[in-house]
Design a protein around this ligand. Structure first.
Ligand code: N01
Length: 528
């Protein structure tokens, strides 16, 4: 070794501590600068489950059951409430019941031989839902009080992340939106609603502690909820004033209690219950010809409803007030045996003058009368989002579903949307039935989603995304078919947006819907 090289080493040795000090100083400054620049601390990664389900109502729980039956057990259900049941947990108003027979308004893969009536009440339906949770051991999968505030897809990992309003995060390789179309109740936009000093109750958020005995009550709204509540209130309140904006078509309700022998038969011979379900299914299918399209059967259905009205209401003027001026089926067809009789009780009155405003003491109608009441019941329906999503849903390339749907919601077969891979909707756009059980439609959606999920997991896909042109072609045909239906025949209903766009209903038989959902075409999807 030469002297000079030794000298270099020595000099390097002397300089090293000084250099290390300045390097450490630089690193600290850089860290401080980075810390100042970084927007927030990165949240730790969340291990994704196979399937993330939003909502523990009929749809979310049904999906969970089908996943379990298919051997997929790692899924999580996020529920914003503290109990299961969705709409049947929320709609516990007096008289709440299903207007579709229970043997059809239940899952075919979980029949209940014990329905007490042909049209069961909401408590019995809720009991059925609780029974499903226990029988299929679903409780351990449910995370209560998780109100999803954001659902975002990461294309690199192929994972959906749900962030709650409390910033908790859950991730899944596939996501199911099962939050329900009728989950947010809606108070009407009537002037002075906040001025009312009495009690306000919405049909979907009933206050069971409020005692109606001896009270003067106003009910606003005469849709499916209103006509179930009114007969019950008339039985207990001092006086009930019913504010009707549009009279609906009301058909008789063939409601009977189930004899014990019948329950036993269904239990011992499940095929007999299936036969009953089939009979109900096809009876409702035939109703499509009257309700969905304007046909000679539509006239027959209207005649039956008018006969029902004539039989139950003897007063000609009242009959006139209760006679609809739109084609049957345009709005949801109502079924009741006790609504018309209730309106004619001494302590009930139908008011058809339009509401001008709500005052401190009650409801003021346009002719200047103030109807003073202790309580106003709002049976005014739900905040149905036909053009938005309940929380931001962010897909590929930064697209936001609510933005895309501004002109009206649309999806492929009601279940997938291009640009939002691995996401399946229950009761998505144009999946609503007007004549048959919602659960029949729901079952088809669950089977379809299951096929997609199996493909994602089985082929280890990051992306299963419906092709844009396939979705557009499908929707063009749906809207063309909708133009010929009674829903688009001129009445105002929650099925349509303010602009008259129908993003809600499926223009066909349940059988047609089920057939399209049974047909999962791999070519319709882009995979990665
Ligand atoms: O709500 P709706 P719903 N001033 O929107 C009136 C399901 N469901 O809760 O017809 C005055 O049908 C409005 O008047 P109009 C079912 O799918 C199922 O009754 O718009 N009135 C209407 O009368 C159903 O379709 C079951 O002129 C106002 C009522 O409020 C859906 O839920 C049972 C008003 C709203 O009727 C919704 O039914 C119950 C205003 N400003 C519900 N705003 C089953 O049995 C609204 N109205 C399965």
């Amino acid at each position: 070794m030469s002297e000079s090289s030794n000298a270099k080493k020595a000099s390097a040795g002397k300089k090293a501590p000084a250099r290390r000090k300045s390097a450490a100083k630089k690193a600290a400054t850089a860290r401080k600068a980075a810390a100042r620049k970084a927007p927030a601390k990165r949240a730790p990664a969340v291990t994704p489950v196979s399937v993330l389900i939003v909502g523990a109502g009929f749809a979310g729980l049904g999906m969970a059951i089908r996943l379990k039956q298919a051997g997929i057990d790692d899924f999580v259900i996020l529920e914003r409430g503290n109990a299961v049941g969705g709409t049947w947990r929320d709609n516990q108003y007096p008289g709440a019941a299903c207007d579709i027979p229970s043997n059809l308004y239940s899952y075919s893969f979980a029949p209940n031989p014990n329905w007490s009536r042909s049209f069961s009440g909401s408590q019995e339906i809720l009991d059925y839902i609780h029974h499903l949770v226990a029988e299929f051991d679903l409780e351990k999968h449910i995370r209560f009080e998780k109100n999803v505030a954001d659902l975002s897809f990461d294309e690199k990992t192929g994972v959906w992340t749900a962030t709650t309003d409390k910033k908790e995060r859950f991730a899944g390789r596939a996501a199911i939106m099962a939050q329900g179309p009728l989950s947010n109740c809606s108070f009407p936009n009537i002037t002075g609603i906040d001025d009312f000093a009495g009690k306000k109750i919405h049909s979907a958020r009933w206050d069971h502690d409020y005692d109606f005995t001896g009270k003067n009550v106003a009910v606003i709204g005469t849709g499916a909820s209103g006509i179930q509540i009114i007969p019950e209130l008339v039985n207990v309140a001092k006086h009930v004033k019913v504010f009707q904006r549009t009279p609906g078509w009301v058909l008789p309700r063939p409601d009977f209690s189930t004899p014990e022998w019948n329950k036993l038969l269904f239990k011992k011979l499940p095929a007999s219950q299936q036969a009953m379900r089939n009979l109900l299914y096809w009876t409702h299918e035939s109703m499509a010809l009257a309700v969905i399209w304007n046909s000679p059967l539509t006239r027959i259905a209207e005649r039956v409803a008018k006969l029902h009205l004539r039989r139950q209401v003897k007063d000609r003027w009242l009959r006139r007030q209760l006679t609809p001026d739109f084609t049957i089926g345009c709005k949801r067809v109502l079924v009741s045996n006790d609504y018309y009789p209730a309106l004619q009780k001494d302590n009930a009155k139908l008011i058809t003058w339009p509401i001008a405003r709500i005052s401190e003491k009650g409801v003021r109608t346009v002719e200047g009368i103030e109807h003073q009441v202790d309580c106003i019941v709002f049976a005014t329906g739900f905040d149905v989002s036909n053009s938005g999503t309940p929380f931001p849903v962010k897909g590929r390339g930064g697209r936001v579903l609510g933005e895309q749907w501004k002109g009206g919601a649309q999806a492929y077969k009601s279940i997938n949307v291009a640009g939002f891979p691995n996401l399946f909707m229950t009761f998505g756009p144009n999946s609503g039935p007007g004549h048959n059980s919602a659960l029949v439609y729901m079952e088809s959606q669950l089977e379809y989603a299951l096929k997609g999920i199996r493909k994602i997991i089985g082929e280890n896909l990051k992306v299963l995304d419906v092709k844009e042109e396939v979705q557009q072609r499908y929707n063009k045909s749906i809207q063309k078919r909708l133009a010929k239906t009674n829903w688009n025949s001129g009445c105002k209903s929650w099925y349509l947006t303010e602009d008259g766009f129908n993003a809600t209903m499926y223009p066909g038989f349940a059988t047609q819907y089920a057939a399209q959902m049974a047909d999962f075409r791999e070519d319709d999807y882009e995979t990665a």
